[in-house]
Write a protein that binds this ligand. Structure first.
Ligand code: SF4
Ligand code: SF4
Length: 64
């Protein structure tokens, strides 16, 4: 099953992560204000709803 991945070099740490808001599983979360958001692989079910929501295209689906 594919899983979402957030490229830490692209994520600009939006005040409210558009990708996280689109996730039905609440699988995207913030570790700190200094680090890119991350995907909780245990909760991501690969629906891809988050991918098109990120304005800088930091989110991709890849084989998990
Ligand atoms: S919307 Fe994209 S750039 Fe913004 S915090 Fe989420 S993953 Fe990072
Ligand atoms: S692929 Fe679906 S479940 Fe996984 S992080 Fe994106 S929106 Fe959430």
């Amino acid at each position: 099953m594919p899983k979402a991945f957030i490229d830490p070099d692209k994520c600009v740490r939006c005040v409210k992560c558009h990708a996280a808001r689109a996730c039905p599983k609440n699988a995207i979360f913030r570790i700190s204000d200094e680090e890119a958001n991350v995907v909780d692989m245990a909760h991501c079910h690969g629906c891809g709803d988050c991918v098109s929501k990120c304005p800088v295209h930091a989110v991709i689906l890849r084989d998990g």
